[in-house]
Ligand binder design. Structure first.
Ligand SMILES: Nc1ncnc2c1ncn2[C@@H]1O[C@H](COP(=O)(O)OP(=O)(O)OP(=O)(O)O)[C@@H](O)[C@H]1O
Length: 254
């Protein structure tokens, strides 16, 4: 590795330093510090309202922190978005499923950053979309209106959009919520492929049982970052108790 390559490798993919975010008088994140390296999958774990979506939106540059700093691949979130570094799979509730757009068109929006101002679709864009649809096993659904998919298929469509974008950093807000086993398996496998190719993945999940299989590391969030460590460390009952009160692994689904 030459010096320039070493410098690039040393810059974290995601670097959240002492970030605080408020919605009016509501404190959603307090002095949160999270770092994620390349080729890593990090699970984001915490109760409803613990600040997971707020953290995603701050990394995306949709929310400005009141204190602290966010760097994405060494740049500001705004620049990282312009550079199409971040692929985002939002929570289902934040998408207008009635919008008259097909699955293929949703995935094509991931290519906009590659098209320039005219947004003229080239053969390479069509191929990238087709390959992404194949990878999430949705080719047979490509021409359906997006709202006509099942919960798991909708998630896979947005994962395909991030793949078509060729984003090196993927943020997924509860991709397993309301998702069948097949979609869960497909998404888990794809995230590992993204990480194996050098990408970085931050994924929030309520499925603690699947955490060791899904992620290399995890963050336990309760407005503050309680800890960042291996899934095994995070899942220790005494640590889960910090974030959830009782041990949620013995309470079934969260
Ligand atoms: N637009 C908003 N205006 C005011 N308060 C908000 C807003 N969005 C979120 N909050 C509050 O900020 C806190 C963190 O919310 P956030 O959505 O980040 O949590 P979360 O961990 O993603 O929750 P969930 O698991 O339910 O999706 C909560 O107390 C929430 O009520």
């Amino acid at each position: 590795m030459n010096t320039a390559e070493k410098t690039v490798a040393a810059v974290p993919a995601i670097d959240v330093q002492g970030v605080s975010v408020h919605y009016g008088s509501v404190s959603a994140l307090e002095d949160a510090t999270v770092q994620l390296g390349r080729g890593r999958i990090c699970g984001l774990v915490g109760m409803n309202g613990s600040g997971k979506s707020t953290l995603f939106k701050t990394i995306m540059g949709q929310l400005k922190p009141d204190a602290g700093q966010v760097l994405v691949d060494g740049r500001s979130p705004g620049q990282a978005r312009k550079d199409k570094l971040i692929g985002y799979v939002p929570q289902n509730e934040s998408v207008d499923w009635d919008f008259p757009i097909s699955v293929r068109e949703v995935v094509m929006t991931g290519r906009y950053g590659h098209m320039g101002f005219t947004r003229r679709v080239r053969e390479a864009d069509k191929q990238a979309v087709q390959q992404a649809l194949e990878r999430v096993e949705l080719t047979g659904f490509a021409d359906r209106q997006i709202g006509q998919l099942s919960g798991g298929q909708k998630k896979r469509a947005f994962v395909a959009r991030a793949i078509a974008q060729e984003a090196s950093i993927m943020l997924l807000d509860e991709p397993f919520a309301g998702v069948d086993k097949r979609s869960e398996g497909t998404i888990t496998r794809l995230l590992r492929e993204v990480a194996d190719a050098g990408g970085s993945v931050l994924v929030s999940t309520h499925d603690l049982h699947a955490l060791p299989e899904l992620a290399d590391e995890a963050v336990l969030l309760m407005r503050r970052v309680l800890m960042q460590g291996s899934p095994e460390e995070i899942l220790k009952p005494e640590n889960l108790a910090l974030a959830f009160g009782l041990d949620p692994m013995n309470r079934g689904a969260l």
